[in-house]
Design a protein around this ligand. Structure first.
Ligand code: ADE
Ligand code: ZN
Length: 345
């Protein structure tokens, strides 16, 4: 069963303040911008035009997506390219009433092509500053290690990033999950913790529930990205609920990458009901058919029993799960209640 959310509920999903906590900035690169940057930088693409590229966005699993995602990122060469990409995201985020974004970036995808890490970080940080000045959106960068590469390469990347320490708040772990368990990165996460960085990791997207446990126990992460396969272990679901471990869930991504056949089969509503701190996010919005409000709308359409109470809880969860200060969280909660009240009258 599916039904469009009522107009007041749609308005709430759009207008309520929300934090986005699982967004790969390279996954916000729309085909139009890919072609514009390719022309600007003289990069040749193996697609005739925007339509041909978009037509290739038919994924069968995570790896089939990652192959295209890394190809798309090949047009990013200069500091202004990273600025333009992030600025385009912030314009969409402002329209979705995102008040705070914790943004992943993949330095190794760029440094492997000879792009200086300073160009990556300065371009992104410039967009973050301008988003705060123009839209009032707070943001922070999270440096992700590519898990298909070695831990020594991750350690080298972390050391190389240290001169830019003031520009990122934490580290994450992404890319091909199967066959690359969290324990492969125990030393680099220990080093990140020693440096006072926040730690998060993708786990339980395509990989088993056991990866969620090892990410928590061995990497000591504060949040799990995706985590949906926790449903395979009732004991783990209970632990996640009891400890309020946030799961940054990405509904449209999970359907596009064939983790679930459709949104009706998505477990987010069940996990929310079970008391887990689940949040709604867009992952790679340019590739998966929508930004964060699109994810909310599609999820609520596929699960018609979701209403105002769940919308409110999901916004509250996004604040709770963020690494922002308690004062900012308290302000967003007041803004949320004001929006709910305004829409009710
Ligand atoms: N990198 C970008 N998107 C990703 C995802 N959904 N899973 C793992 N790595 C990613
Ligand atoms: Zn992701």
């Amino acid at each position: 069963m599916s039904a469009s959310p009522t107009p007041p509920l749609r308005a709430l999903l759009r207008r309520m303040p929300k934090a986005e906590l699982h967004l790969h900035i390279e996954g916000s690169l729309e085909p139009e911008l890919i072609f514009r940057l390719a022309a600007r930088n003289g990069v040749e693409l193996p697609y005739a035009d925007v339509q041909a590229l978009r037509a290739a966005y038919a994924f069968t699993d995570l790896q089939s997506f990652l192959d295209l995602y890394y190809a798309g990122a090949s047009v990013l060469l200069k500091e202004e390219d990273f600025f333009d990409m992030a600025w385009a995201y912030f314009e969409r985020a402002a329209a979705d009433n995102v008040v705070h974004a914790e943004i992943f970036f993949d330095p190794q995808t760029h440094t492997a092509r000879g792009v200086p890490l300073a160009a990556v970080i300065h371009g992104l940080a410039h967009a973050c500053r301008r988003a705060h000045a123009e839209f009032g959106i707070g943001s922070a960068l999270i440096l992700c290690f590519l898990r298909h590469l070695t831990e020594d390469e991750a350690l080298a990347t972390l050391e190389e990033a240290l001169p830019h320490r003031q520009h990122f708040i934490g580290v994450g772990l992404d890319s091909s999950e199967r066959g690359h368990p969290p324990e492969k990165f125990a030393r680099v996460f220990a080093r990140a913790r020693e440096l006072g960085l926040h730690c998060v990791a993708h786990a339980g997207e395509e990989g088993p529930a056991a990866y969620i446990e090892t990410a928590l126990d061995l990497l000591q992460v504060e949040r799990i990205d995706h985590g949906v396969r926790c449903t395979e272990s009732p004991a783990l679901v209970q632990r996640l609920a009891q400890q309020r471990v946030p799961l940054t869930v990405c509904p449209l991504s999970n359907v596009k990458l064939c983790v679930y056949p459709d949104l009706a089969a998505h477990p987010l509503p069940t996990l929310l009901d079970a008391g887990l701190c689940v949040t709604v996010n867009s992952d790679d919005p340019a590739y998966f058919g929508g930004y964060v409000v699109d994810n909310f709308l599609a999820l609520f359409e596929a699960h018609p029993h979701l209403g105002l109470a769940q919308a409110r809880q999901l916004a509250l969860n996004s604040f709770e799960a963020s690494f922002a200060s308690d004062a900012r969280k308290a302000r967003w909660r007041r803004e949320l209640e004001a929006v709910i009240e305004r829409l009710a009258t």
